[in-house]
Design a binder for this molecule. Sequence first.
Ligand code: FAD
Length: 321
Amino acid sequence: MSKKVLVISEIRDGEFRNVSFEAIAAAKQISNGGEVVGVVIGNHVGDLSKQLIYFGADRVLLVESDKLEKYTPSGFAQAVQTVVEQEDPDGILIGHTAIGRDLAPKLAARMNSGLVSDAIAFEVVGDEVLFTRPIYSGKAFEKVVVKDGIVFATIRPNNIASLEKDETRSGNVQTVDVEIKDLQTVIKEVVKNTTSGVDLSEASVIVAGGRGLKNGDNFKLLEDLATVLGGAVGASRGACDADYCDYALQIGQTGKVVTPDLYIAVGISGAIQHVAGMSNSKVIVAINKDPEAEIFQIADYGIVGDLFDVVPKLTEEFKKV
Ligand code: FAD
């Protein structure tokens, strides 16, 4: 049976997050020849809307208000709820980002629907959608089916390939009128942390450093390598606790969960809590002077050596490519 699937997109710094395009690709398959409707929420974001169509949405709904300029749970929930009441979809997908993790359970509760969170893959089996999601910090996977109501899931960034952008794709952008009221919170100011560059959760290459770096200044070595590879810098909690870098870079059970194409772990021992956040990376390279370090057990490629020798050499070699 063909389905209508809504994709709640997310805009950051004036651009869609890649996971919005990945969710459209997923929605395309789940809709089984039905309709994929992109939902854009914000203020003065109409110009961006067509992007969702170029990445495969059949139609876009634009919900704009000065009260939706910045994300608030109650504002965005009201916007999505209005769209859901208007469209009566069979499925809803949203990125498993900080916003998605906050918004999706609230919406699911309001709609009295189930929710599959942090899906990394899915199969369409007959009329059902079988989502795969990691459990026990990534040590096992479970497959979950939503039996009743709306098929509602959050999609982990970087796991489902988006469709190729095609500017010849066409579709309507329709405005949805919504009155946002009784906001429980108002965002006065967003203070960005000082870390810059590629977003960790969507980076295809991550160079992560641990306590082996010895101090914060030495993170420059990682930044140089990450820049050459077009990647982002991450860290173990050991490095964050030692004040070598900001906690925004922490990867692991109590940090960010990442799935890049390439993860380079530098001076990181491979504690289970760190591995929980990166073990699904497609290719893992470990650089550690201790041949017994646990990180080598999950690494595809291991370099036993002093990071202060190895990392600058790698940077120089990659510069030549
Ligand atoms: P270490 O374990 O000290 O490892 C440093 C490594 O660097 C060693 O393997 C050493 O051989 C190597 N090294 C040293 N010098 C060099 C050199 N010159 N060249 C090459 N290699 C060198 N940790 C996380 O990362 N993320 C989390 O989310 C997280 N959550 C946690 C939650 C809980 C409840 C608890 C209890 C712990 C958590 N931890 C987490 C901490 C985790 O247990 C480890 O303590 C931490 O990951 C260790 O960080 P590290 O690997 O950088 O440091």
